[in-house]
Design a protein around this ligand. Structure first.
Ligand code: ITT
Length: 176
């Protein structure tokens, strides 16, 4: 059994469909440090949660990086989603010529031996919202003609940043 520290039910659903071990979602609200690096945020979060819980844990820190805005909102994606909303992020991007973006996710696993990180990236395009599935920015992120919100969890995991990071994590767990 593995503990996934997150308050995001969408992430927990994706991870439990993916990893080859049973998962338990832990809602410990670890303080997210201010940093322009997803890795640093994920590592600090995993370290903090491990010290608090005292058992091996992993966290996942993700963000949407828009090319025309030099990667913004990136590590600030959660704040921007809350304050602007995804429709306005799409409208701002529509005013630019370049609509390309990527999602990145860092999974950080902490145990008594230290911390391991796994990264996943997926490229796509910002489009007007379509689809009812997924969460967060999924309705405005199109990958190969479909938005992530138009895919079911399995389809999204097969190509997504989180799916790729979890796959690397799963391989590493299996090797040990
Ligand atoms: P935890 O930190 O508790 O895990 P969170 O929702 O705060 O949950 P992040 O900081 O990693 O997680 O998320 C940053 C933002 O990116 C947030 O607005 C999410 O909705 C969004 N996001 C992350 N992964 C996403 C995905 O797969 N699809 C769409 N949006 C995503």
């Amino acid at each position: 059994m593995l503990r996934f520290v997150t308050s995001n039910a969408g992430k927990a659903r994706e991870a439990s469909e993916y990893l080859p071990v049973e998962l338990r979602q832990v809602e410990y609200d670890y303080p997210e440090i201010q940093s322009s690096s997803l890795e640093e945020i994920a590592i600090a979060g995993a370290q903090d949660a491990y010290e608090e819980i005292g058992e091996p844990v992993f966290v996942d820190d993700a963000g949407l990086f828009i090319d025309a805005f030099e990667g913004f909102p990136g590590p600030y994606s959660s704040y921007v989603e809350e304050k602007l909303g995804i429709e306005r992020v799409q409208q701002l991007t529509a005013r630019e010529e370049d609509h390309r973006a990527r999602f990145r996710a860092i999974v950080a696993y902490a145990n008594s031996e230290g911390i391991e990180t796994f990264e996943g990236v997926v490229r796509g395009r910002i489009v007007p919202p379509r689809g009812e599935g997924g969460f967060g920015y999924d309705p405005i992120f199109e990958h190969r003609e479909r938005t992530f919100a138009e895919m079911d969890t399995e389809e999204k995991n097969a190509v997504s940043h989180r799916g790729r990071a979890l796959a690397a994590f799963g391989d590493w767990l299996t090797e040990r």
